[in-house]
Design a protein around this ligand. Structure first.
Ligand code: SF4
Ligand code: SF4
Length: 442
């Protein structure tokens, strides 16, 4: 196992998943992306900007520095992969692709001994999360049940009061743990008929975190879809979407999960594959790229991705059933998940749906589409920047005077709820389908 001081030569990109030269070279260094970048906005430093990070990737690609460079590794981790830069770039630089490839290069070099490995707690965390929990839905559900027991038994309250979590430096991570839904999971394999005349048949991605901690959001999604004439299928044998793997430098892990999901959904003959988590939806829509080098799966992946729709994107194309809604008398503000606004470019549709609900007032917050700092496991790996961005977001949300922050992604949901708890705020966080569902409850 190589140590830091033993690296004598530059460590180049190598093997598979090398960041594309064509994409790196499509950056013309105009700097128009800088104001959109949350880490640049917070630091004002070029190396914390998209342009600075692309420059570092190019330096490794050209052999001017190697992957052992501390600043290269630091910046590949410090980026949120929020893709706000990609959405505003006039040259169409596919930043997410080269970032994920760069992270995969670092992880491959750490695994095969060309770079020093992660410290053992990080190795354990990566193995437990990427290699075990998010690969095996059964184990993930078992883990969720244990977390539920931890919360309901009073152990959580005791651990928080005793200071043990702080002593183990686990207090900030533990604070992100969502209240696990009492019902644990949405049973897969069911077909739930449309209410009234059937207009569409759709399949729902149940996923990992959404099917356990946010099982109630899935239930609300199913009720809202059925109210709008959709028969909803919950295909068995599906798994995690692979977003955490792709964002965390394990593209092969993401590919395995993509193949599992494509096999689980193809052949159903549905009109759409519905996703209610922005990060999952953007990954599912990119399965075609993920498997572009695999001749057996590429076309199947493209066909699968073409059917994927975020639930807000899908509902906004329907003649939304407002007849069955009751007025809510609710003031909300909308926090845009990055992977909805920037990666999928879905921004107007959630607002359109909120405005369609009688009695809902939408008050826009400043910087609604600036990342809240959640970004997958970023709030665990980069807690300082994550907290700064979370506080910035909550300041803007509270300034609206709204009662509820509406969002559409579990990571944002957890990050915002944890920040509100820290502040002792009475504001609530809700998924957009929960608000729609409430309006349908007479
Ligand atoms: S990524 Fe795009 S916007 Fe940013 S500097 Fe390069 S070309 Fe300009
Ligand atoms: S993905 Fe987000 S954090 Fe990373 S460089 Fe682009 S705008 Fe900045």
């Amino acid at each position: 196992m190589i140590a830091e001081h033993e690296i004598t030569a530059r460590v180049p990109f190598a093997g598979s998943d090398i960041p594309s030269d064509a994409v790196i070279n499509s950056c013309v260094h105009c700097g128009l992306c800088l104001p959109a970048c949350p880490t640049y906005r917070e630091t004002g430093l070029e190396q914390f900007s998209p342009r600075g990070r692309i420059y570092l990737m190019k330096a490794v690609a050209d052999g001017r520095i190697g992957m052992e460079s501390a600043v290269f590794q630091e910046q590949m981790s410090a980026c949120l992969n929020c893709r706000a830069c990609e959405a505003v770039c006039p040259s169409g630089v596919l930043y997410g692709q080269i970032l994920e490839a760069s992270r995969t290069q670092i992880e491959q070099a750490k695994a095969d001994g060309r770079l020093p490995p992660h410290p053992w707690p990080a190795r354990l965390l990566r193995f437990g999360a990427f290699g075990v929990l998010f690969r095996r839905p059964g184990l993930f559900r078992l883990f969720s049940r244990l977390m539920w027991l931890y919360q309901k038994s009073g152990l959580q309250a005791l651990a928080r009061r005793s200071g043990a979590l702080r002593a183990l430096k686990l207090d900030e991570t533990e604070a992100l743990l969502p209240p696990i839904c009492d019902r644990f999971t949405i049973p897969e394999g069911q077909v739930l008929p449309a209410e009234g005349a059937e207009r569409f048949t759709v399949a729902l991605l149940t996923g990992c975190i959404m099917s356990t901690a946010f099982a109630d959001v899935h239930e609300a999604t199913i009720r809202v879809l059925r109210k709008n004439g959709c028969t909803v299928i919950l295909p068995p044998d599906q798994g995690c979407c692979g977003a955490l793997h792709a964002h965390g430098g394990d593209l092969n892990g993401a590919r395995d999960l993509a193949r599992q999901n494509i096999a689980a959904f193809e052949g159903l003959g549905v009109d759409a594959i519905i996703v209610n988590a922005a990060g999952c939806g953007s990954t599912l829509k990119e399965y075609g790229h993920l498997l572009h080098d695999d001749p057996q799966w590429k076309d199947r992946a493209d066909r699968f991705s073409a059917k994927v729709k975020d639930v807000t994107e899908f509902l906004a194309t329907l003649d939304l059933n407002t007849v069955d809604m009751r007025p809510l008398n609710l003031t909300v503000t909308y926090q845009e998940p990055c992977h909805l606004a920037h990666a999928q470019r879905i921004s107007a549709q959630p607002r359109q749906l909120l405005r369609a609900i009688p009695g809902v007032t939408l008050r826009e917050m400043q910087e609604s589409s600036l990342c809240c700092g959640s970004a997958g496991i970023y709030n665990i790996t980069q807690p300082d920047m994550a907290t700064r961005l979370g506080e910035r977001k909550l300041n803007h949300a509270e300034a609206t005077g709204a009662e509820v922050i509406v969002t559409a992604n579990p990571g944002c949901h957890l990050q915002l709820e944890s920040g509100l708890r820290r502040r002792g705020s009475k504001m609530q966080v809700r998924h957009i389908v929960e608000v729609l569902d409430e309006a349908y409850k007479r």
